[in-house]
Ligand binder design. Structure first.
Ligand code: GNR
Ligand code: NI
Length: 167
């Protein structure tokens, strides 16, 4: 088990598009274990491989209160989306910033499990938000990039100021 360092926005590596996993083997299962440990320790409700500088289509999610609901999605694709919801989002790669984002209320997803078998999942509410947020990371997109240019500029300067203080 290992805790992995999390990239911080605006690190350009967060804009990398992740490649599909070709074989679900022990190295992928180990990556999922390490990502889950890193997510729980942070703590967060999701983590995409992009955030730990691994550019493969792997995400972990757990929206339960007691770390009992680990969901690992490999090569996930959204098949259907419906409705709209607005959720105040945060991101482990943009610490301390919380902003409202509009996303689909429901998504139907297909993915591979840790045995490499395909499965489908229908999600709504927070789980649907989290899935969309994590799949965006795999496409190189961070949630703050949905905000206005003005808000984004302010967020970047706030993060830069904070980095100067903590450096
Ligand atoms: O921990 C997280 N919380 C969260 C809250 C609202 C919407 C999305 C998220 S995901 C985030 C963890 C993270 O950065 N995943 O990429
Ligand atoms: Ni995030």
């Amino acid at each position: 088990m290992a805790l992995l360092p999390i990239l911080r926005f605006p690190d350009p590596r967060l804009h990398t598009r992740a490649a599909p996993v070709t074989v679900v083997d022990d190295s992928i299962r180990q990556l999922i274990k390490d990502m889950a440990e890193t997510m729980y320790e942070a703590p967060g409700i999701g983590l995409a491989a992009t955030q730990v500088d691994v550019h493969k289509r792997v995400v972990v999610i757990d929206i339960s209160e007691d770390n009992s609901g680990l969901l690992a999605l490999i090569n996930a694709e959204i098949l259907e989306r419906s409705g709209e919801q607005v959720c105040e989002e945060g991101c482990l790669s943009v610490p301390g910033i919380y902003e409202k984002v509009t996303r689909a209320e429901r998504v139907k997803v297909k993915a591979l499990n840790q045995q490499g078998e395909p499965f489908e999942l229908e999600a709504e509410g927070l789980l649907a938000v989290c899935i969309q947020h994590e799949l965006d990371h795999l496409d190189g997109k961070v949630f703050v990039e949905y905000l206005s240019q003005l808000k984004l500029t302010r967020i970047k300067s706030r993060l830069a100021k904070k980095a100067r203080i903590t450096a």
